[in-house]
Unconditional design. Structure first.
Length: 98
């Protein structure tokens, strides 16, 4: 017998991974982009994307590419363009546990 909408269990709410919620301290280079205060890794990523969108740094033809301005070029070890996947690797090097 097929389950009806009435007999299905409500979807369990996802709990955030505690490792992502730990405050991280951005170093001076990353702080130019995301701010100086310790915030969770997820918030650093959000602020980074806000910066990218505000300064129109996402490549219009290939959306997975990020074009670095002077501040991001420091974070990306001098590279002028990185993929969004490489970006995560570079940003991780500029954070430490608060």
């Amino acid at each position: 017998m097929a389950k009806t909408a009435e007999t299905k269990k409500p979807a369990a709410k996802r709990k955030p991974n505690p490792a992502f919620m730990k405050p991280m301290q951005p170093d001076a280079v990353l702080a130019k982009v995301v701010g100086e205060e310790p915030v969770p890794r997820t918030e650093i990523t959000k602020r980074l994307w806000d910066y990218i969108h505000k300064h129109n740094l996402q490549d219009p033809q290939k959306k997975t590419m990020i074009n670095a301005d002077a501040n991001l070029q420091e974070v990306f070890e001098g590279k002028k363009q990185v993929t969004m996947f490489e970006m995560t690797k570079f940003v991780s090097k500029h954070m430490s546990e608060a």
